[in-house]
Write a protein that binds this ligand. Structure first.
Ligand SMILES: Cc1ncc(COP(=O)(O)O)c(C=O)c1O
Length: 515
């Protein structure tokens, strides 16, 4: 982009007549609602902890944090935090004590199960298993698929103990997060290459199902990279017609859209508390009991059994069968409360809020020459609050570092644990991803668009270098709270972000930044 056209972009910017969302927005249920009012998105939909967090810039100034990284981990809902403070005094072992606090903790834990079941519209005989997160939930289900043997040799098909030639076969698309891809590759599996349209993708999936029976179709509800929502009703219909069950990876969908197992026919759903405004390491797998009761215990140990002798074990039924060890009662309470708070939002309010933000961000980014948005399909009609984009001439890691250091904006960069998809999108070095939710507002996405525009016009004002595979501002003296760690680099010995650079903070699969 020439400087002249960049200046032209600058002159046009901040014009407020970016269109609001289109008059009719599809929601997962297929219902169509009317255009959101003009104020939609102007303020957060729900309060979150840290919503007004002041963060330091490399220049020494301070800004309110614009958290646009909800898809990685969403902030804690304020009422989840309040509820945790309420529960904390009663925190004690679950299912294991006669003491009053232990009984209260047990009641809270089991109530959370009911809250989770209601949140996903579970059938009466569905089971809610608490897990650590979506990855854990999908790995658990991978061990429950009947006839499936895991050989650990990824990419090989299992041989031997299966009862039928196709027993335990799992189908998934090539656009999945690694959590919904790697667990299936440990046994019999088929990866279906998605087409350039959702229509073509459905054709490919149906053809694969018709070619050979499968036990399970594992599908994400929404792409964690582009936010595009998948045609779930059609996928469920195709799978069921071919005799396969469906597991929905709802790590991204659950925080943005209502899920209804009963109405949709989805057999299993997996999701994570930390993406659903509920910290403390909880997640859930919800679905049909038969596979879960028949499978080997996921975590053999205390709580997963009825009786143990020196020579044998009588295992408990699900969910306890798969919840070995002391349960995470605060994690379950946080998840249960978050489910209840989100479920209490008026129908369509969440989708309308996020669509207002998404429409604004997309319109502003698309107006910037040199910015490219990524999408998987030409015909996807719906997307959640997740937008992937690249900026010409700048490594995504550098842009993310610049947004943080000079503007107080948090976005994600990298390959988002979806390497096959990133290759497909032609972005081998990764992209940027902005994501938002109930605590976000239009001003946050405007700040992001303004900052990207400034970058295109004037470049970064600070100097950046690659340290240990990550782009970092050179001489980063942004202070770190004392409780976060003691690594220092400032002359005064104070802890700073610069002191942490290169201390192994980057994920090995996400960043290979080259200067
Ligand atoms: C679509 C999708 N599936 C699965 C996961 C894994 O979630 P977790 O890391 O909470 O296990 C993620 C995480 O980003 C995701 O976006």
């Amino acid at each position: 982009m020439s400087l002249l056209s960049a200046v032209a972009v600058r002159a046009e910017r901040r014009t407020p007549d970016i269109p609001l969302p289109s008059p009719a927005i599809r929601v997962t249920s297929g219902a169509v609602r009317s255009a959101p009012a003009a104020h939609v998105g102007a303020a957060p939909l729900l309060p979150v902890v840290g919503g007004d967090l002041p963060v330091p810039l490399v220049t020494g100034e301070t800004r309110a944090y614009a958290n646009l990284d909800y898809a990685a981990s969403a902030p804690c809902l304020s009422d989840v935090a309040a509820h945790l403070a309420q529960v904390a005094p009663y925190y004690a072992s679950v299912h294991r004590g006669a003491g009053y606090a232990s009984r209260v903790s047990t009641a809270r834990y089991e109530h959370a199960r009911a809250q989770v079941a209601a949140f996903v519209g579970a059938r009466a005989d569905d089971v809610v298993v608490f897990t650590r997160n979506t990855t854990d939930a999908l790995n658990l289900l991978a061990r429950c698929v009947p006839g499936r043997t895991e050989d650990g040799a990824e990419g090989n098909e299992s041989e031997g103990s299966t009862t039928a030639p196709d027993a335990g076969d799992v189908l998934f698309l090539d656009i999945e997060h690694h959590a919904n891809l790697l667990p299936w590759r440990r046994g019999r599996h088929r990866c279906v290459v998605a087409g350039t349209t959702q229509r073509a993708t459905l054709v490919a999936l149906r053809a694969e199902l018709a070619a050979r029976p499968a036990a399970l179709v594992a599908i994400t509800g929404a792409s964690n990279v582009t936010g595009e929502v998948l045609p779930l009703a059609e996928i469920v219909a195709a799978a069921h017609q071919a005799g396969a069950r469906v597991v929905l990876d709802a790590a991204q969908l659950a925080p943005h859209r209502r899920i209804d197992l009963t109405a949709s026919g989805v057999d299993y759903v997996a999701f994570s508390g930390h993406k659903l405004y509920a910290p403390l390491g909880s997640g859930a797998l919800v679905g049909r009991r038969d596979w879960l009761d028949a499978a080997p215990a996921y975590l053999p140990g205390g709580g997963a059994v009825r009786e143990v002798t020196l020579t044998g074990t009588t295992w408990a039924d699900a969910p306890q069968r798969h919840e070995g060890g002391t349960p995470n009662v605060l994690g379950a309470a946080a998840l249960g409360q978050a489910c209840e708070t989100l479920a209490a939002l008026p129908d369509g309010a969440l989708a309308a809020h996020e669509e207002a933000l998404r429409a604004r961000l997309v319109a502003r980014l698309d107006a910037l020459p040199g910015v490219h948005r990524h999408r998987i399909w030409r015909d996807s009609p719906d997307a959640i609050g997740v937008v992937a984009f690249s900026v010409d001439g700048y490594h995504p890691g550098l842009v993310a570092a610049y947004l943080s250091a000079e503007h107080g904006i948090g976005v994600r960069d990298g390959k988002f644990c979806a390497h096959p998809l990133l290759s497909r999108l032609g972005a081998p070095d990764g992209t940027l991803r902005a994501s938002f939710g109930v605590g976000s507002k239009l001003a946050d996405v405007d700040r992001l668009a303004d900052a990207v525009e400034d970058l295109l016009v004037a470049g970064p004002r600070w100097e950046y270098a690659v340290v240990d595979g990550r782009w970092e501002p050179v001489g980063d003296t942004r202070p770190v709270p004392e409780w976060a760690g003691t690594t220092t680099d400032g002359a005064d010995g104070a802890a700073s972000l610069g002191g942490f650079a290169g201390t192994g903070g980057g994920s090995p699969c996400e960043h290979e930044a080259r200067p």
